[in-house]
Write a protein that binds this ligand. Structure first.
Ligand SMILES: [Zn+2]
Length: 228
């Protein structure tokens, strides 16, 4: 009789102990599940963040710049951005200018002297101006948004009559802009056949090919940075 009571007591105690252990395990597991959920939420947030970074990347890529002439970088052999020249030191002779060069000069090959060389829009934007200007012959200016900032792009030494877009027209990057002027003619104001490509910060038009101080040069961006 006594042993039956003991057995029953042991059984009850064991049952209670198991019960407690079960409850404790449940309590401990519950926060783990929550933690798991929190971790997966964080992962989701990271993924979402990654997606939006990817989207931003795509937006930046869609606002790409375009080489106005193929192999643009390899054409910069005489006057890069920022070079200080005088009529004596200029790599181009004879020279009539002096100062810091605001653009990059894209040279033409000997085969290109007697054929038309097309110039494409460097970026997407509005054609602000096209005219004949001293030092350039034909020159076009386009407004663009470059890396989030307003700039104006100067295309110097074009044949003015070849620029088909009208002032105010919207150009996409890579659209036909015009043709290079004939070397040593009025189309280039007597200069060799080449493209002067310059980027002026801000929205105001400035077509200066040379400036006289480094402070003034800082108003311009190195166009070669955006060429391939
Ligand atoms: Zn130039």
């Amino acid at each position: 009789m006594k042993s039956k009571i003991y057995l029953s007591l042991i059984f009850i105690v064991v049952a209670i102990v198991f019960g407690i252990i079960f409850l404790m395990t449940k309590d401990v597991q519950a926060p783990q599940v929550n933690n798991q959920k929190t971790i997966s939420n964080i992962q989701q947030a990271i993924d979402n963040n990654q997606n939006s970074t990817d989207n931003e990347q795509q937006i930046q890529n869609s606002a790409q710049t375009f080489d106005p002439i193929a192999n643009a970088l390899s054409r910069i052999t005489k006057k890069p951005f920022g070079i200080f020249i005088t009529p004596k030191t200029s790599p181009v002779q004879p020279e009539r200018f002096q100062g810091y060069h605001t653009g990059s000069d894209l040279e033409t090959t000997s085969e290109e002297q007697n054929t038309d060389v097309s110039v494409m829009a460097f970026c997407e934007g509005k054609l602000l101006e096209k005219k004949i200007a001293s030092g350039y012959g034909g020159v076009a200016v386009e407004s663009c948004l470059l890396e989030g900032q307003n700039v104006t792009v100067v295309y110097g030494h074009l044949r003015l009559s070849s620029i088909t877009a009208k002032v105010g027209n919207q150009l996409k990057s890579g659209d036909f802009l015009g043709k290079l002027g004939k070397g040593f003619s009025s189309e280039t104001d007597g200069e060799r056949k080449h493209l002067h490509l310059a980027i002026h910060k801000g929205s105001s038009i400035n077509i200066l090919g040379y400036v006289q101080s480094k402070a003034q040069l800082s108003e311009w961006l190195d166009s070669a940075r955006y060429l391939q």
